[in-house]
Design a protein around this ligand. Structure first.
Ligand SMILES: O=C(O)CCC(=O)C(=O)O
Length: 253
């Protein structure tokens, strides 16, 4: 899938499924590191400090171009974490919209916050599927969510039945839910959220370990993604490498 195709799907549906985002070798490396992190107390919440591979996922060669095409060249990481859902558990969430109540933004026409889920195990039809109401990212603000007794009752919903290595990028304004895990498989997922360089994130770069800070300092794009201050550059004007510089329009001078 090209970044342009991904952007089209994302704009039309409020999410995009990215098949085979990770190749077999990457999947093996990430999965092994994930299992080690899951065995540590708090390891999945603090995934960036657990293994270099989780820092590498921030600017993954297939996923970052799609994030750029959707969020823009000023993208920044908001948080990164792992999620493990045990087989046969009532681990679903209700239908919701992450951004309802956010102020100052016209949400039906915004890409203010996105979440990227990268799956490390297949999620079958009866698994802990992330599910969406396609097009709900365009609903007028304040549009009420129906009061439903069961996840399955949401009209027009679409379940993300995915294979290990697939990823899903969603708009934080799209109506979504995670279904209960009725399958015999654990759900293992990486969840990375992206915002713009001028927004606050959920952690500070300086709270990461010295080793992770060193990995981040290696490239311009990583410094932007992790919000490391760039001397002489405002947060408004940050752009990925190779992009035209931020230039406010000025007339009459
Ligand atoms: O874990 C999932 O599949 C969905 C999580 C969710 O609902 C959210 O991040 O808001």
């Amino acid at each position: 899938m090209t970044p342009e195709q991904a952007r089209r799907d994302y704009d039309a549906q409020g999410y995009v499924l990215i098949p085979n985002a990770l190749n077999a070798e990457e999947l093996k490396r990430v999965r092994e590191a994930f299992d080690r992190a899951a065995a540590e107390r708090g390891g999945l919440r603090d995934i960036l400090n657990q293994d270099d591979v989780f820092v590498d996922m921030v600017d993954h060669p297939v996923l970052l171009p799609i994030v750029r095409a959707v969020v823009g060249d000023d993208a920044q990481l908001r948080y990164a974490q792992g999620g493990l859902i045990k087989p046969g558990t009532d681990s679903g969430s209700g239908w919701h919209c992450d951004l309802s109540g956010l102020m100052g933004v016209y949400l039906p026409d915004s890409v203010i916050m996105t979440k990227l889920f990268t799956y490390l195990e297949d999620v079958p039809e009866n698994g802990a599927c992330l599910s969406f109401v396609p097009g709900s990212h365009r609903y007028e603000m304040g549009h009420p969510l129906p009061d439903l007794a069961a996840h399955e009752d949401m009209p027009h919903h679409v379940k993300m039945v995915v294979r290990a290595g697939d990823a899903v990028l969603m708009n934080g304004y799209t109506w979504h839910a995670r279904f209960h895990n009725r399958s015999d498989r654990p759900r293992k997922v990486l969840e990375y959220s992206y915002v713009h360089s001028w927004m606050k994130t959920m952690y500070e770069f300086k709270d990461l370990s010295p080793h992770v800070q060193e990995l981040v300092m290696k490239s311009h794009n990583r410094r932007q993604l992790f919000g490391v201050p760039e001397p002489g550059q405002s947060d408004w004007g940050r752009r990925f490498e190779g992009c035209p510089a931020y230039q406010p329009v000025e007339v009459g001078v």
